[in-house]
Ligand binder design. Structure first.
Ligand code: URA
Length: 252
């Protein structure tokens, strides 16, 4: 059972105080009776709540995938730059947060939710959730360097990174990922693109791993996190709710 004002705020009708006004105006009904009391208790599984006659569906947790463009920060608030949350126009964003961080200039898959437990499980260093990126760099790694990259790299932290995977990206992966990339195509120079999978989320991790081999990442995009994949139909700056299959796959 939960308070009616919390229920209404959770479904995105408005903030707690806006919801109070809507209740006063008699726009909310519970099981066919107009409800005006914010502290009225409802059972989201069995009670039928309507707003202006439209039945509401309660969802405690919400999950979205955003194709993060460059130029915004993975935070809920920022005085200067737009945040990733601002891209979820028209959604009840009050309690949403990004699961982990991508650098301001990194693009690609970002999970946004209000499910703290799932976020904790995906980010916990003990869980070693795979994150795959395509990294365009200005200097190739040689065969020995790739082997060293795979075994874990000293990036100046207390311990080297965990072993990672790295393979050269195919021509198709390169063209597909550069198609909508927010790079200045005329001046964009790179030497090679790699698919890199890491199991941690250290600060600037991939950039620092390449820097260890005197190679600079010139464009970075995340393609997957655990079993969640960035689909090619989702253009930069666009988002969609996760499907139930995707939610289950992240929890399994
Ligand atoms: N590694 C980085 O260097 N930057 C990111 O945004 C993500 C991983």
């Amino acid at each position: 059972m939960l308070r009616l004002d919390k229920y209404l705020a959770d479904v995105g009708i408005g903030t707690r105080s806006e919801v109070k006004k809507l209740l006063k105006q008699g726009l909310i009904s519970v099981n066919g009776q107009i409800a005006k009391d914010s502290s009225f208790k409802v059972n989201p599984d069995t009670d039928k709540v309507t707003f202006k006659g439209q039945e509401l569906t309660y969802q405690e947790f919400r999950y979205y995938i955003l194709n993060k463009p460059a130029g915004c920060v993975s935070a809920t608030k920022d005085g200067l730059s737009p945040t990733v949350i601002e891209f979820l126009k028209g959604e009840p964003t009050r309690d949403l947060f990004p699961v982990g961080r991508l650098d301001k200039d990194t693009e690609g898959l970002l999970l946004i939710t209000n499910d703290g437990m799932l976020a904790h499980n995906l980010l916990s260093p003990k869980k070693h959730v795979n994150k795959t990126y395509i990294a365009f760099v200005d200097k190739n790694l040689g065969a020995t360097e790739m082997e060293l990259f795979k075994s874990g790299v000293d990036i100046g932290d207390e311990t080297p990174t965990l072993p990672a995977e790295i393979i050269e990206a195919s021509e198709k992966q390169i063209t597909d990922n550069l198609k909508n990339a927010s790079i200045n195509k005329e001046n964009f120079i790179y030497s090679k693109a790699y698919l890199v999978t890491i199991r941690e989320g250290r600060y600037h991790q991939i950039k620092r791993m390449f820097e260890h081999f005197n190679s600079n990442v010139v464009y970075l995009k995340r393609l997957s996190m655990g079993k969640l994949l960035l689909d090619s139909q989702l253009l930069p700056s666009h988002y969609r709710p996760l499907t139930s299959e995707e939610i289950l796959s992240l929890k399994s």
